[in-house]
Write a protein of this length. Sequence first.
Length: 61
Amino acid sequence: MGICERKKELRRRRHRREKIRKWARRLATATPSEKALIAQKIRALTPGYLQVLKNLGLEER
């Protein structure tokens, strides 16, 4: 039996939230090139990446 669509979306959200938390911790000691790589990964991960990057201080210029 398959999983309902609501549960799938909740699972995806939780997974995105955990990944963003990991990357936010790594940003504290990241070099500029690592910050660019993390920003690129966040862009690929979530449709709301603009707000996430703004919250993390990685605003696009």
